[in-house]
Design a protein around this ligand. Structure first.
Ligand code: ATP
Length: 319
């Protein structure tokens, strides 16, 4: 294999640039050329290609977002769109493709692999909602951003003796909420994987007030529903006012943490080595800090679950 392509797709995540850099530099070490594809599958259909030499990825390891830009493409979901994409790849002499993105992007990668284009996926999404890896690129940074926000809000919550409800990202996954909630010392953490128990939330608030603790932090994953609804429900039950903060897209931006830079560097290099060895339709990941790779289609059928011990720990520590 002499030439490989790399693209970023779906939502951007801090650390994607570090992964692109690792792909380019590992490829160079194996005497392979790398073509960057702009705007994910949309750019693949438009033929928006740019050669990436080792200098092109200098000074990006610490930058959030993705220098290749990212997009969502409806056209790529059609057979016709994917046929154009495949033609473009072949015309450019690309013999293997690295796809950095989330599960939607990997569905697209499987299609390309089935048509004979070797593909390897790198999990890049802040949600950490992909099976086959302990961590996705960007998750650690997003959790750190959320914890910093929680700590700032706690200062106000303590000073004003108020209840604060903080909504974090995670439409289908409570991974960010659980990690940030535990690390940020939240009293209650509401995630879509477990039924919301308002009786317990209220009990915790009231137990705290009996002890003389008049402030409370409740972390809610967006998949649970609106934080405003949570606030209204708590108000109805306790007659206490609460303030709502929705962290939103600030969780997606910013410089990647050292953890994410290291993870992205390892996964990027591993993906290239796999392609060079003739692998296809695989996803790289880490399990117990070891590099691993698994079949993409199998991973897409699995669901990443919340560690029940972590969930229980949150309950014990918040007492
Ligand atoms: P994130 O988790 O950050 O949202 P993602 O990779 O899951 O990232 P999606 O918007 O679901 O993001 O997918 C990105 C792109 O992948 C889509 O715009 C589409 O072009 C392609 N894609 C998604 N699902 C499929 C599918 N089933 N078949 C073909 N292509 C798909």
């Amino acid at each position: 294999m002499r030439t490989i392509g790399v693209l970023t797709s779906g939502g951007d995540a801090p650390g994607m640039n570090a992964a692109i850099r690792a792909v380019v530099r590992q490829a160079a070490a194996l005497n392979m050329e790398v073509i960057g594809i702009a705007r994910g599958y949309a750019g693949l259909i438009q033929g928006d290609f740019r050669r990436l030499n080792t200098g092109a990825v200098a000074d990006i390891i610490h930058r959030g977002g993705t220098i290749l830009l990212t997009a969502r493409s409806e056209e790529f979901r059609t057979e016709a769109g994917r046929a154009i994409a495949l033609d473009n790849l072949r015309r450019e002499g690309i013999e293997g493709l690295v796809v950095i993105g989330g599960d939607g992007s990997f569905h697209g990668a499987v299609h390309l692999a089935k048509k004979g284009m070797p593909t390897v996926g790198i999990p890049g999404t802040i949600d950490n909602d992909i099976a086959g890896t302990d961590y996705t690129i960007g998750f650690d940074t997003a959790v750190n951003t959320a914890v910093e926000a929680i700590n700032r809000i706690r200062d106000t919550a303590t000073s004003h003796e108020r209840i604060f409800i903080i909504e974090v990202m995670g439409r289908h996954s409570g991974q960010i909420a659980l990690a940030a909630g535990i690390a940020g010392g939240a009293e209650s953490i509401l995630i879509p994987e477990y039924p919301v128990d308002y009786d317990q939330v209220v009990e915790r608030i009231e137990r705290g007030r009996h002890r003389g603790k008049l402030h409370s932090i409740i972390v809610v994953a967006e998949g649970v529903g609106s934080a405003l609804e949570v606030s209204r429900e708590i108000g109805k039950r306790t007659k206490l006012e609460s303030r709502v903060t929705i962290l939103g897209h600030i969780q997606r931006g910013g410089a990647p943490t050292a953890f994410d830079c290291l993870l992205a560097s390892r996964l990027g290099a591993h993906a290239v080595k796999l392609l060079a060895s003739g692998a296809s339709s695989r996803m790289v990941g880490i399990a117990a800090n070891e590099l691993v790779d698994r079949d993409l289609e199998t991973i897409l059928q699995e669901k990443k679950t919340i560690d029940p011990d972590l969930y229980r720990l949150a309950e014990v520590l918040a007492l």
